[in-house]
Design a protein around this ligand. Sequence first.
Ligand code: FE2
Length: 297
Amino acid sequence: MTSQSEIRVSRFRSDEAGRVTADALQTWDRDGLLVIEDFAFSDQCRQLISAADALVEDFDEEEVAAIFSATSQQHAASQYFETSGDKIRCFFEEGAFDDKGKLAVPKSRSINKIGHALHDLNPVFERFSYQPRLANLVAQLGISEPQWLQSMLIFKQPAIGGEVTWHQDGSFLYTVPQTVIGFWFALEDATLENGCLWVLPGQHKNGLRSRFRRINGRLQTETLPEAPSFDENDGTPLEVSAGTLVVLNGALPHYSEANRSSKSRYAYTLHAISGAADYPEDNWLQRGRDLPLRRLS
Ligand code: FE2
């Protein structure tokens, strides 16, 4: 991958109430990207890290390992993912198992992410996700009746943390019209070594390339008719310090490399959609009646 200078990506700060300047909002509109340094306080980052580690500690890896290691149980593995929209579930890294189906690394290093309703089911993540400063910021970004659709804790553990290939979040969290916005919080410093984000600023304006949806009962990626092409070689790395919030338009292509370093790269992500938009029934993420989506404020 060609490394380019980062000068195109401006960095901002919010005020005490979480609000950003008109200049920042202009950048958000132009780039489909907004970098806000020091948005999350260091004690908030620490609390989220500890809460995530506690969830992994409590996780029964034997039970779920059985689902993921048996190829005959493909259906069960896919169900584990497809029904996680209103639960807290741990997902393993690809390299977590040896060829006998046993964990090849300690459990604490084996998890790729936790998803997808941390913000509604875990008190630490709930407090952070529904804090007024964040609601104030979201209200500035031009999304009506915002609701948190999903949350994830992404670990990128040392040596094993996997690559996330180029994608647009709107392909997975599709609404009509397209309204999804991603909020990516660095809980630890994210660098070129431990797998920071890469972005294509401004390329959100070309629309979505694909859609991941249920077709004949099976999740598949469908290329959209007007699919834009984006040149991944133009990617800009986004090295950020712990506490930085990166806001991503749902059509903004982004990527992160595998972590081959000795440092983890914890990040917490939230995705908002507009309650006024249509949310199709063939999207992968569906919530049961017991846990309806909530407004941010
Ligand atoms: Fe993403």
